[in-house]
Design a protein around this ligand. Structure first.
Ligand code: CP3
Length: 354
């Protein structure tokens, strides 16, 4: 079976399929009892850095729901951690990092450490690809139909956590630093853009068939800052990947970017635009180039609620995109309280065509 027979990969490359392929952001996670069982065996970073565990966690939703895509189990903050920034995931609090606020803080980070520090992640990708495309001893391969996705955070969103030192609703320290010390902030973004392009190329070499850039906080920026810290570095990353690994699709996800998402789609060169919950799919389809595949965008809280309201809205999103390259997904990640049966109901609803 050739790679291009994989439905998700075909749509990532610009073909329209009916029904659309689907996968869900955070499809491997706390809502799954089999994930919670493994969660207690090791802390989060250890789980990401242990190929046996990361491979198993990535495959859990594939086995249960036969998703069209498997997304590497890791985190966007693994990159700053690999460059030497301290990182801990504190239960109930989230990530805690040693905040970067000055040139001397920045000088302590070393992108040259990333290949060695992320070697276990690349091993996980090699095992995943071999499992997904190989014979099927564990019931997850689905005959070579599943596309393997790598990812990274976008420079701005990763910088938010690096500068703030923890999660936030507004990331005031980060946005303040971008205005107060523009040269320092530009250096941080530039360092992250280069390291991200290199890491994504390494993920592709290890087996990722497409890569996604998560920009969860880009919507906090006004247009001029959005162009400088989101569009410009994303265009640089996409250009590097296109040059060094031609033909590998890049999915962009500038969450909460509103109308700036259209400029992002036109200017960055991403092959696929993932839309957040607030985006009107049909309206956005008019604003982005017709050859850009759209991904999204059911409200994760409707998946939490389940029932007819969920299946009706899921089919409405699917149907309005008919004839256009579209990948069904949520507008943000699966929330931990989601009943696993609702995910099964959603997958059936999207795949059932009358
Ligand atoms: O989609 C997937 O399941 C693939 C793996 C993945 C994780 N995080 C696993 C994870 C991906 C793609 C991410 C991306 C990520 N990480 C983003 C961008 C997407 C988004 O949600 O906006 C961001 C902002 C992060 C940073 C991060 N990681 C936070 C803020 C937290 C704590 C809050 C939370 O959601 O639990 C994490 C931890 C994290 N990343 C967990 C998982 C499964 C939970 C760790 C645990 O307690 O087991």
């Amino acid at each position: 079976m050739t790679d291009t027979a994989k439905p998700l990969l075909r749509v990532l490359q610009g073909e329209a399929l009916w029904p659309p392929p689907l996968w869900l952001m955070r499809q491997a996670g706390r809502y799954l009892p089999e994930f919670r069982a493994l969660r207690d065996q090791a802390d989060f970073i250890t789980r990401c850095m242990t190929p046996d565990l990361a491979t198993e966690i990535t495959l859990q939703p594939i086995r249960r729901y036969a998703m069209d895509g498997a997304i590497l189990f890791s985190d966007i903050l693994i990159l700053p951690w690999a460059m030497g920034q301290s990182l801990e995931f504190v239960p109930g609090t989230g990530p805690v990092l040693g905040a970067i606020r000055s040139a001397s803080d920045l000088a302590r980070l070393d992108p040259k450490r990333v290949p060695d520090a992320t070697a276990p992640v690349m091993e996980t990708l090699r095992r995943l690809r071999a499992t997904l495309d190989g014979p099927d001893p564990i019931g997850a391969a689905r005959g070579g139909q599943v596309t393997l996705l790598g990812f990274a955070g976008s420079p701005f969103t990763v910088a938010c956590y690096m500068v703030e030192g923890h999660g936030s609703r507004e990331f005031d320290a980060t946005r303040g630093l971008a205005y107060a010390e523009p040269a320092l902030f530009d250096r941080l973004i530039d360092m992250l853009a280069r390291a991200t392009a290199d890491m994504l190329c390494a993920q592709i070499d290890a087996g990722a068939e497409a890569v996604m850039l998560f920009d969860s906080w880009s919507g906090l920026l006004p247009p001029a800052q959005f162009r400088r810290h989101v569009i410009a570095p994303t265009r640089a990353i996409v250009h590097e990947i296109r040059t060094r690994r031609p033909g590998v699709p890049v999915i962009g996800f500038p969450r909460l970017a509103g109308v700036m998402a259209a400029e992002y789609a036109r200017e960055t060169g991403v092959r696929v635009m993932a839309l957040d919950t607030g985006a009107d799919m049909a309206a956005m389809a008019e604003l982005v180039p017709p050859d850009v595949t759209l991904q999204g965008n059911l409200d994760p809280l409707l998946l939490l609620a389940g029932g007819d309201a969920m299946t009706t809205e899921a089919r409405a999103i699917r149907d309005v995109m008919k004839g256009r390259p579209h990948i069904f997904n949520l507008g943000h990640g699966v929330v931990p309280a989601t009943p696993p049966e609702h995910v099964g109901d959603l997958v059936r609803a999207v795949r059932e065509v009358g």
